[in-house]
Design a protein around this ligand. Structure first.
Ligand code: GLY
Ligand code: MN
Ligand code: MN
Length: 437
């Protein structure tokens, strides 16, 4: 792994918190994600299973975590099953976790090899009454392939149909949405690396550069710090800035245009999520600045609204009301557009058609119950935008915010966002003028 070791007390505490939510006489099984096939004999890069990581810190493929807090045999109360290292594996895939390393990483004392799993599972199934298995219950998940967890659910229920089965996902959502101080530190570290990438990229932007070259600047800043892209970067110049999920990143940035950068780092599997919109030539036009200031006012107000007790849907409505006012000021909407609007599809949606933000953590669009009020420990993104295809540009700004009892903490407060700050950054020492093209 590229990130610095994480204190296993984090994972130990996470397991303790989960155990407190279980029925007596329960078993929990959490599987690693599959290494998914690509073409021919190729595979995709494995994405660690977020629940397995949350509970153990383990990223290695094929690993299985078993918790059975009331098991008669004390050694079976908490077990991590791993691939057994062997010389063949060492030659072809390199080093795999040995028992001591796995214990140091996870805080789990009982490490067994996968070959023992079926026997231990059978012994435990003969003891327990309740079985908690995992499934992807993210509201927006589109799962077309059967995951390792899903295959395990099917097989376990076929073999042991008379146990009482429960959804582990509900418990994991409740646990993961509240970040502990150690988790917040990891998100802050990801944000610091994101900042480095942004500063580097902003100084590089100038007319004539290709969006993909800007992506490479971020990659350089992220990878050297042991981080990676938290999600496929969106580097969208000119009219591309109005395409919400623009991923091509292959166009040339032109003088007079803006370039929207929705790019952030993930460190130790914890994600950050940043968006900034820059003037390609280093100076916003009057109109670009007007729209930019509108979006910035909304972002600032909605950051202040990240307080305990706030409901996501109210927060979204407040932002939409504010954006509607801004759109009137910008001349993009007329009062009659609002009077005549279909309440199910308000006029403002033409220019702001997405959610204001989402919870952030081990997943970029993290798990959690968005119908519940914000609570201390939640980390939210705040990402308003105004997209005007007819004027050839859109502006989105996005910061990450920690909800606390004492009010919101903007984790990206030190990443330039005022339009003058952004211009100064682009034109300052080491900036675009130093690299004429
Ligand atoms: N970059 C993903 C998002 O902003 O939600
Ligand atoms: Mn984003
Ligand atoms: Mn986001």
């Amino acid at each position: 792994m590229r990130h610095a070791p994480i204190n296993p007390s984090l994972f130990k505490r996470n397991r303790d918190r989960l155990r407190r939510l279980l029925h007596a006489n329960s078993l929990v099984v959490v599987n690693a994600n599959d290494v998914l096939p690509a073409n021919a004999d190729g595979t995709l890069v494995m994405v660690p299973n977020s629940d397995l990581f949350h509970l153990s810190g383990v990223e290695q493929e094929e690993s299985i975590l078993v918790l059975a807090p009331d098991a008669v045999d004390e050694s079976q109360r908490e077990i991590l099953f791993l691939r057994e290292p062997n010389p063949h594996l060492l030659t072809w895939e390199g080093h795999k976790l040995d028992r001591d390393e796995a214990t140091r990483l996870s805080g789990i004392k009982e490490i067994r090899w996968l070959g023992e799993f079926p026997t231990v599972l059978h012994q435990l199934m003969c003891e327990v009454e309740h079985v908690y298995l995992n499934s992807n219950e993210h509201r927006r998940a589109v799962v077309e392939v059967e995951t390792r967890d899903a295959r395990f659910v099917r097989e376990c229920q076929r073999r042991y149909p008379l146990h009482r089965y429960h959804r582990l996902a509900r418990l994991m959502h409740a646990l993961r949405v509240v970040k502990s101080p150690e988790e917040v530190e990891l998100i802050k570290r990801a944000s610091r690396i994101t900042r480095q990438g942004f500063l580097r990229a902003a100084k590089f932007v100038q007319p004539g550069v290709n969006e993909m070259e800007i992506e490479a600047e971020f990659a350089h800043a992220f990878i050297r710090e042991g981080a990676k892209f938290a999600y496929p970067p969106i580097i969208a110049a000119g009219g591309n800035s109005c395409v919400l999920h623009y991923l091509r990143n292959d166009a040339v940035c032109r003088k007079g245009d803006v370039v929207l950068l929705d790019v952030a780092a993930s460190y130790g599997n914890y994600n950050s999520d940043l968006t900034r919109t820059l003037p390609v030539s280093g100076k916003f036009s009057r109109r670009q600045k007007q729209v930019y200031r509108s979006v910035l006012r909304v972002m600032r107000a909605m950051i202040q609204a990240c307080v305990p007790g706030k409901l996501h849907r109210e927060w979204q409505k407040e932002a939409e009301a504010m954006i509607q006012e801004e759109l009137l000021k910008l001349g993009l909407l007329k009062p009659r557009d609002i009077r005549n609007q279909d309440p199910k599809n308000p006029a403002l949606k033409r220019y702001f058609m997405h959610g204001l933000g989402h919870v952030l953590g081990l997943d970029v669009h993290d798990v959690g119950f968005m119908s519940e009020p914000f609570a201390p420990g939640w980390v939210l993104t705040v990402e308003p935008g105004i997209y005007i295809p007819e004027e050839g540009f859109g502006v989105r700004l996005e910061n990450d915010v920690l909800v606390t009892e004492k009010g919101p903490v903007d984790l990206m407060a030190d990443i330039p966002v005022e339009p003058e700050e952004v211009e100064a950054l682009m034109n300052g020492a080491g900036g675009r003028k130093a690299r004429p093209r």
